[in-house]
Design a protein around this ligand. Structure first.
Ligand SMILES: [Zn+2]
Length: 199
């Protein structure tokens, strides 16, 4: 089609991960139908979010730049538990169960040599430092995907924690192989975390 600007918009939308390619035309259509005010608000909000939302320096979950982390600073959270998750989305999946009241640590992925993701690309080192500098932490729950990479990452973290004399647990077996927390239903996530096993 001879609409270069629209083609350009489509190309940019196609680069957005998780946006199914068949949906990019619908999304472009939606943007073009927005009135100027709505579109300006949308664009400003994206820029503002990028500026004001930063990873917490302790758990790496998103937090507002001007306020403290929802989880790390809450007196209602159990300071003795740290649940290690791959992503912020997995953290939200656990929160949705309303069955876990400890703290979190967002890894930023799992070790995957084929994709060039080594331990140093993730927040594993800050996790080890965190556990060694906060004596209040008594248990680390490793809640990663039930995939080969997730299992290997869990084993790697567990090994790093051995010398710290801390309880290390993993999600209950029974989570479907290949599944992630984010893609699982609430009850499955709840059971996986409450029936966790010692590693
Ligand atoms: Zn935090």
């Amino acid at each position: 089609m001879n609409v270069p600007t629209l083609n350009q918009l489509i190309r940019v939308l196609q680069q957005v991960p998780y946006l199914a390619s068949k949906n990019v035309y619908k999304v472009a259509h939606h943007f073009l139908n927005m009135n100027d005010e709505q579109l300006a608000y949308f664009c400003q909000l994206l820029l503002r979010a990028k500026e004001n939302v930063i990873p917490c320096s302790i758990c790496f979950a998103w937090q507002e730049r001007e306020t403290s982390c929802t989880w790390c600073t809450s007196s209602k959270r159990d300071q003795s538990l740290v649940c290690v998750v791959e992503s912020w989305q997995d953290l939200l999946a656990i929160e949705k169960t309303e069955g876990y009241k400890g703290l979190y640590h967002v890894l930023g992925g799992v070790v995957c040599p084929l994709e060039g993701i080594g331990p140093e690309e993730l927040t594993i080192e800050p996790l080890i430092q965190r556990v060694s500098s906060y004596p209040s932490i008594k248990e680390v729950i490793i809640a990663l995907s039930q995939t080969a990479e997730g299992e290997a990452t869990a084993t790697y973290i567990a090994r790093q924690l051995v010398s710290l004399d801390i309880k290390v647990t993993a999600l209950a077996q029974g989570m479907p192989v290949g599944s992630s927390l984010e893609g699982s239903d609430r009850l499955t996530v709840y059971r996986a975390i409450s029936d966790r096993r010692v590693l």
